[in-house]
Design a protein around this ligand. Structure first.
Ligand code: ATR
Length: 281
């Protein structure tokens, strides 16, 4: 791949962005497939967001990823927001089509692809307990609900937020929203526990979002955290005979789906996984 005048520009805007593994992951994929694309990370302060987006349009970017804190506010500066992003209420990817900026969300679909390909489970058979009710929970909850899971119980520290998310998902599946005090009871009949909060994330790696004694061997425990790769929740689950699924695959597949939208090519996910595994060691 030559860094000449015809290189197609993609990237990431966020604040901060220096920790992001996406530039390594996506550039390795471009190189692997010999595509004339480049991906760079840009630290954009909230007050500069509008100018940054207009600048990227003017400079002829093909598309870019959007991360915290711009995932919601970026929508104000786009020409169109696809249904998935609108329903999740956040954009993680922008694609430029004939000068028009289109907002997409690949987080939910990326999560689902990771879950299904890495564990082999059938979403339609799952009774889900979703821990957390923030942005990540909205994306994952939407994807699971659309995939036809039997039921989603949202469990959250702030019960009203759990109820709000449950209400958003009830178009597609049976739902309820409860406080953390009901986690034990709700986990008894569950087959899939999805953990979307930051509890257990580096550096607080001994934290566990639910009492480990609630975990049982009938559960698949899916934790969105990827740093550390193995969270305390996952370790506790394994000890009790439950299966586990970590967050690296979601990071990989949300990127792979954005890549496909920008390039029209299926992303080289094995190469991308190797890069991420190395970067997250
Ligand atoms: P994100 O977009 O990453 O999901 P968010 O929108 O800030 O981030 O949501 C964070 C989620 O983690 C929320 O569900 C939050 O619970 P509250 O709604 O009660 O705030 C949850 N969370 C964060 N820290 C937590 C903690 N120490 N204990 C329990 N839940 C926590």
């Amino acid at each position: 791949m030559r860094l000449d005048a015809n290189i197609r520009k993609t990237g990431l805007i966020g604040h901060p962005v220096s920790h992001s593994k996406s530039p390594e992951m996506i550039n390795a994929a471009y190189q692997k497939q010999g595509l004339p694309y480049i991906y760079l990370a840009y630290d954009v302060a909230p007050e500069d967001l509008k100018q940054a987006v207009e600048g990227m349009r003017a400079l002829g970017f093909r598309g870019w990823n959007v991360t915290v804190p711009h995932k919601v506010t970026v929508m104000d500066h786009l020409d169109e927001v696809e249904e998935s992003a609108r329903l999740i209420g956040a954009v993680n990817t922008v694609m430029v089509e004939e000068g028009r900026l289109i907002g997409i969300n690949t987080d939910g679909a990326g999560y689902l692809r990771s879950l299904v390909t890495e564990t082999g489970i059938d979403p339609a058979e799952q009774q889900v307990v979703l821990i957390g009710a923030g942005g990540a929970a909205r994306a994952v909850g939407y994807a699971l609900a659309r995939a036809g899971v039997q039921r989603i119980t949202v469990v959250n520290r702030t019960e009203t937020r759990a109820q709000e998310l449950a209400a958003r998902l009830k178009t597609w599946t049976e739902t309820e929203g409860v406080g953390l005090d009901q986690a034990g009871e709700k986990l008894q009949g569950a087959s899939l526990l999805v953990q979307t909060t930051s509890v257990g994330m580096y550096p607080d790696t001994e934290a566990c979002p639910v009492d480990p004694t609630f975990l049982h061997e009938g559960l698949l425990v899916s934790d969105l955290i990827y740093h550390p790769r193995d969270t305390r929740l996952m370790r506790e689950a394994r000890t009790r005979g439950a299966r586990v699924h970590g967050g690296l695959g979601m990071l990989l597949h949300q990127g792979a789906l954005a890549y496909r939208r920008w390039t029209g090519q299926e992303a080289p996910t094995e190469t991308m996984r190797e890069i991420l595994e190395e970067a997250l060691k």
